[in-house]
Design a protein around this ligand. Structure first.
Ligand code: AP5
Length: 221
């Protein structure tokens, strides 16, 4: 399966992507994770990405497409691919289509996790993650076993630079303006299934809905 995972910031894409990859075994590519790794490396490209990310704005399409095209080429496998956070504009979706077409491949489904704005703000301001393995926690909803330490790596959890309330509002505005139209773009496509899952349920229920939806999609492929 080649799947695009969409949804507003904080809807639970990263949390659920890790579970879906464990269940279905496809490769997982998160544009946000790739960009944060580049940023942490301190390269000139990383500094450029930080200008946009820390302000809650989308990185320009040309930069995104170049980075993601390389990552997809090196990652796409027979086990499938889960794209998380890409594409996020119609221009990026068109570039992805062109890349897959050229490789004789296609997208099978688009999964949208929904969530409302107040919940998103609470989730994002309470998010903590492991700087080593990337596992995501929440101070209230998905707490680590030991206070502020990763369950797997035992290192201190950190908060993302763009997880302030002010920046979240910018990210939400960018999502509504630039990413929502991507859903309409895919909905018009005959061979791409679109699945909406309610992200405002407990994490295990969201996972159950996603697994059910993807298993159904697999039978229809
Ligand atoms: P990115 O890293 O993709 O961020 P995002 O889309 O804003 O999404 P988040 O990572 O904030 O949230 P999520 O949906 O993964 O939620 P999570 O599972 O962590 O992008 C960051 C930036 O990079 C962008 O702003 C942009 O600048 C740039 N960028 C990236 N891709 C780009 C592209 N294609 N084009 C241009 N620019 C791009 O969950 C959130 C919290 O809620 C966690 O604490 C979690 O524990 C908790 N939680 C999760 N599920 C539940 C639940 N069901 N109930 C209660 N709590 C829950």
């Amino acid at each position: 399966m080649r799947i695009v995972l969409m949804g507003p910031p904080g809807a639970g894409k990263g949390t659920q992507a890790k579970r879906l990859v464990d269940k279905f075994g496809m490769a997982h590519l998160s544009s946000g994770d790739i960009f944060r790794a580049e940023k942490a490396g301190g390269s000139a490209l990383g500094q450029k990405l930080a200008e946009y990310m820390d302000a809650g704005q989308l990185v320009p399409d040309q930069i995104v497409v170049e980075i993601m095209a390389k990552a997809i080429t090196s990652c796409d496998s027979p086990a499938g691919l889960l794209l998380d956070g890409f594409p996020r504009t119609v221009a990026q979706a068109e570039a992805l289509d062109a890349q897959l077409d050229q490789a004789g491949k296609s997208l099978d489904g688009v999964v949208v996790i929904t969530a409302d704005e107040d919940e998103i703000v609470e989730r994002i301001t309470g998010r903590r993650s492991c700087p080593d393995c990337g596992k995501v926690y929440h101070v209230k909803y998905l707490r680590p076993q030991n206070d502020n330490l990763c369950d797997k790596c035992n290192v201190q959890l950190v908060q993302r630079a763009d997880d302030t309330e002010e920046v979240i509002r910018q990210r939400l505005a960018a999502y509504n303006r630039q990413t929502e139209p991507v859903i309409a773009y895919y909905r018009g496509r005959p061979n791409v299934q679109t699945l909406f899952v309610n992200g405002t349920q407990p994490p295990d229920n969201v996972t159950a809905d996603l697994v059910r939806g993807l298993e159904q999609l697999k039978t229809e492929m």
